[in-house]
Design a protein. Structure first.
Length: 183
């Protein structure tokens, strides 16, 4: 589950929202009051959501926070509705004040599900190899084709199966094939 960072200019507000989210089952980092603290905390985490107010105690605006945060973090801005126009095109989710618990919880759940889907999509994306890596695989295929009288698809499948059986990458398995034939 994504870690949630709660940041508001007043520590009491941040603590109250943090405690509420913990009671609802979310993984929440300690409450923060300044933008610098948020950036430091976010840098130490893999991904998550920053729930923040419009302006923090060090005068950092949510827009500055958006610029400096790691790409793996999203922002949920809690502010009055008259400020929503500023953040409409910035991929920032907004919630109005006064804050309603069920809206906060359902919005965070939606954002977390979105992050999970995005991570799955990236994980399922095909591996992009560099030209050097592809050359190593091609050289290993060529060796297998010449010395073992295999077709290209057979040589590829052999390297692929070796990779899966050993838990190595295709490139590492191809290097092993090349190493075996160079002896």
């Amino acid at each position: 589950m994504a870690t949630i960072i709660v940041a508001f200019p007043k520590l009491e507000e941040a603590r109250a929202i943090r405690n509420l989210l913990i009671r609802k089952g979310f993984d929440v980092a300690m409450p923060l009051t300044s933008g610098a603290q948020v950036i430091n905390q976010a840098d130490s985490l893999a991904s998550g959501i920053i729930v923040c107010g419009y302006k923090l105690s060090d005068n950092m605006l949510y827009s500055d926070l958006y610029e400096y945060k790691p790409k793996s973090f999203e922002i949920l801005l809690v502010t009055s509705q008259n400020r929503w126009d500023e953040c409409r095109d910035n991929n920032i989710v907004c919630l109005g004040t006064p804050l309603k618990v069920n809206e906060l919880v359902s919005t965070l759940e939606m954002m977390i599900q979105s992050q999970i889907r995005l991570r799955k999509k990236k994980k399922e994306a095909p591996v992009k190899r560099t030209l050097e890596e592809q050359k190593i695989i091609d050289d290993a295929k060529q060796l297998l084709m010449e010395r073992n009288n295999m077709s290209e698809p057979e040589a590829f499948r052999y390297i692929q199966k070796s990779s899966m059986d050993s838990g190595n990458s295709m490139v590492e398995s191809a290097k092993m094939v090349i190493g075996l034939y160079e002896i």
